[in-house]
Design a protein around this ligand. Structure first.
Ligand code: AHR
Length: 499
């Protein structure tokens, strides 16, 4: 039996709700069809947003949404997406399938979506092909509450009051699709662009995100920080509040990637092994940040993460549409537990992407919608949002195939404001159950409720069988004094609420 200890008297860091964030790009059927269908659609909608999708996303408490990209952000010119829809500029989405983008989803629609989701807004500005003036005027358009050319234009387009921008990114992947820049060049550009991200209302701070590294490009992190880190006052963050990191899991590699649904046990383990690499990335990029920012004012913003497979057969290769199985659920549980454990540095994370693109929580087909196994993991983990991470440790053994090994169990624990202890634990073994004995320090429980998501590693939801994989009540927790015993089935994720 694996020994697990949780000490609620040892709080370590706040698990900021933004760690459970999402990302929606103008890519394939991510926004169009997946979220936004327009007011005249026969699909039930409110102001063009699908009711089924919004309801499902509200249920997992999406805390923040990053938009409009991705690579798309660095060719997006925000003025193309405002004003009368029939007059909006049509452009080619060169990155994603070469399709026509009619700009019918723009700034006003994004904030309407955030309103319906009740989430924070993370706007990713154009640092690749856009100008400083565009960035500056977009900020004025979105957030200024006074008389100005941009607020006049906003009012003309139907919105008197400013919106709130919680996070603003200057460019995306500027080492690649966002301009193929060198770190020093980008860092200089960042210094300039971020100057014009004005905070018109000091009570409504806009947190600024600098473009960070691709995977393990530690040189990028070093060089960017060397050029644009600046501490003003101890409590201020200087030029940046966050530095981003992008990491995708491609089981077979970048070229071939691999199928989302057809994989063997070795590939299953290779996927988890690669997902577990996130811990090393967070620690190593974090160690570089520590040299500049030992008090951890600058957040690591993992604003693109998840599995990236070969697209579903018969779908547009540029649309990045993939299915989602219990393997993805385990990737999500493993990754979110890593983020929780490193909450002192990881300030935000955004799974890529919210609907119909890569490791989505929802998939749609016409008027149908399904929740993926990954959705249910976000549902099980949602109580960690804004809770205090507490010290915890679990005994693990290495499992795997050949060199692709991972710990059999992954966990994290937090205490929310009302004193409830929330535990999320996953058994990554696809074949064997695991019994766990949990010792609680500082808490003798009076009430324990638990839920469980489990299934064979290929198990998934489909449009004809939408609820094959779903979280169910878990009655198997035996609670005596301060000890909890339970057995996790193979390939499973559990959440426990302990009062
Ligand atoms: O999420 C898909 C793409 O992956 C994004 O547009 C880009 O930032 C990354 O390479």
């Amino acid at each position: 039996m694996a020994q697990y200890t949780i000490d609620v008297t040892k709080p370590l860091a706040t698990i900021h709700r933004e760690i459970y964030g999402h990302f929606a790009e103008h890519l394939g059927r991510g926004i169009y069809q997946g979220i936004f269908v327009g007011e005249n659609s026969p699909i039930p909608n409110v102001n063009g947003m699908r009711c089924d999708v919004v309801e499902a996303l509200r249920a997992i408490r999406v805390p923040v949404l990053r938009w409009p990209g991705g690579c798309f952000a660095d060719e997006y010119h925000w003025m193309d997406g405002i004003g009368a829809k029939e007059q909006r500029k049509r452009m080619i989405n060169t990155h994603w399938g070469g399709v026509v983008e009619d700009n019918s989803f723009g700034t006003h629609e994004f904030f309407e979506l955030c309103r319906q989701l009740d989430c924070m807004a993370y706007v990713n500005g154009n640092g690749g092909s856009g100008t400083v003036q565009e960035v500056s005027e977009w900020g004025e358009y979105m957030t200024f509450d006074g008389v100005s050319p941009m607020t006049g234009l906003r009012a003309k387009n139907g919105r008197e009051k400013p919106w709130r921008v919680d996070w603003f990114g200057v460019g995306n992947e500027n080492w690649g699709c966002g301009g193929n820049m060198n770190p020093e060049y980008y860092a200089e550009l960042y210094r300039r662009y971020q100057t014009y991200v004005r905070e018109y209302d000091k009570n409504l701070p806009i947190r600024k995100v600098c473009c960070g590294a691709n995977v393990d490009d530690y040189e990028w992190t070093e060089q960017v920080l060397a050029t644009c880190f600046r501490r003003t006052k101890p409590e201020q963050h200087g030029f940046m509040d966050g530095l981003s990191l992008h990491y995708y899991v491609h089981p077979e590699g970048w070229e071939v990637k691999g199928s989302a649904t057809d994989f063997d046990t070795e590939c299953f383990y290779r996927t988890l092994y690669k997902a577990n690499f996130m811990e090393e990335l967070v620690e190593k990029h974090g160690a570089i940040l520590d040299k500049y920012d030992p008090d951890k004012h600058i957040g690591l913003i993992v604003d693109e993460w998840g599995t990236w497979y070969t697209v579903e057969p018969g779908t547009n290769p540029g649309f990045l549409y993939q299915q989602n199985t219990m393997r993805d659920a385990l990737v999500a549980a493993l990754t979110l537990n890593i983020f929780n454990k490193h909450a002192a540095r990881v300030r935000m994370a955004n799974i890529a992407q919210m609907v119909n693109v890569l490791q989505s929580v929802l998939l749609t087909e016409g008027d149908k919608m399904i929740k993926t196994p990954t959705y249910h993991v976000f549902d099980l983990f949602k109580e960690h949002q804004d809770a205090q991470l507490v010290e915890s440790r679990i005994e693990t053994e290495a499992i795997g195939a050949g060199e692709w090994t991972v710990p059999d169990l992954t966990e994290s624990a937090s205490v929310s404001a009302d004193g409830t202890l929330h535990v999320t634990v996953a058994n990554l073994d696809p074949a064997r159950e695991r019994s766990i004995e949990t010792t609680l320090r500082g808490l003798v429980p009076t009430q324990v409720t638990a839920r469980l998501l489990s299934g064979e590693m290929h198990a998934m939801n489909t449009f004809s069988a939408p609820d094959g994989v779903t979280a169910v009540p878990f009655a198997g927790v035996d609670c005596r004094d301060n000890t909890l015993r339970f057995t996790l089935p193979p390939c499973s994720v559990a959440s426990l609420c302990i009062k």
